[in-house]
Design a protein around this ligand. Structure first.
Ligand code: IPE
Ligand code: IPE
Ligand code: MG
Length: 227
């Protein structure tokens, strides 16, 4: 597949795992297990297409409201991924976690920091938004600047101090699961992102459907306020 508009960054809101499981009369956790598999497949496909930065919304600051059983199951899948990534991550991909690590266990925080430190200088990025909120990200950036003694901020100050500062803003944001909203994802960075919504539930997303969205992306006129 050819890329006309260069895509430097694609972001996914991985929604619909719970409904996917329900359709199979299985508990929601079952959907998350398949969702986690799909996440690895989609990331590989995007790097194969030559997109250097890929972001996934895995867990929002609001998702802590879910039943403890579901939250625990997601954290367990996340722990498994952290162990797996150490071995199976592409050699040129660096991991960045978007979100405050404060609520996670010490063991989990250590694993996250280890992966980030080990892979920091790699040219491609895999950003995983976990305990992520777009508003919290902006507030944290402002507080960081204040702590550094700043009293007045520019847009660049915010852009350079948000968690995702390592990546350019996303060219495409894809949400599966049929809802047409951003649910507190990339509030600052999304202003000129091209948005794609599909009813497909996250575990059912195919490479072919992603290719189709990229084809649509290539036909969109991005004006950025110009003519
Ligand atoms: C996955 O989809 C997103 C996460 C918060 C992990 P959901 O768990 O929201 O699935 P639905 O929307 O209930 O189907
Ligand atoms: C958005 O999905 C968050 C993630 C995909 C991690 P939600 O299922 O939490 O969003 P809402 O509640 O439908 O807005
Ligand atoms: Mg959902």
């Amino acid at each position: 597949m050819e890329m006309q508009n260069e895509i430097k960054h694609i972001a996914f809101i991985m929604d619909g795992n719970g409904r996917w499981a329900k359709k199979r009369m299985m508990p929601r956790e079952y959907g998350h297990t398949f969702g986690a598999k799909k996440f690895k497949e989609v990331a590989s496909h995007c790097y194969e297409l030559g997109i250097p930065n890929v972001t996934f919304y895995a867990f929002s600051t609001e998702n802590w409201k879910r039943p403890a059983q579901e939250v625990n199951a997601i954290m367990k899948l996340f722990m498994n991924y952290l162990d797996d990534a150490k071995k199976s991550l592409d050699k040129d991909v660096g991991i960045v976690f978007l979100g405050s690590k404060a609520p996670f266990s010490a063991e989990m925080r250590e694993k996250m920091e280890f992966l980030e430190d080990e892979t920091r200088t790699r040219p491609k990025k895999l950003c995983i938004a976990i305990n992520y909120g777009g508003r919290a990200e902006i507030v944290d950036a402002v507080n960081k600047l204040i702590a550094e003694g700043k009293t007045e901020f520019t847009e660049d100050d915010i852009t350079n101090n948000i968690y995702s500062g390592v990546c350019p803003p996303p060219d495409m944001i894809v949400r599966t699961g049929g809802e047409m909203r951003l649910s507190n994802f990339l509030m600052w960075q999304s202003v000129y992102a091209e948005l794609f919504f599909t009813d497909t539930l996250w575990p059912d997303l195919t490479d072919k459907e992603i290719d189709g969205m990229i084809e649509q992306f290539n036909n969109r006129k991005r004006r950025f306020g110009g003519v």
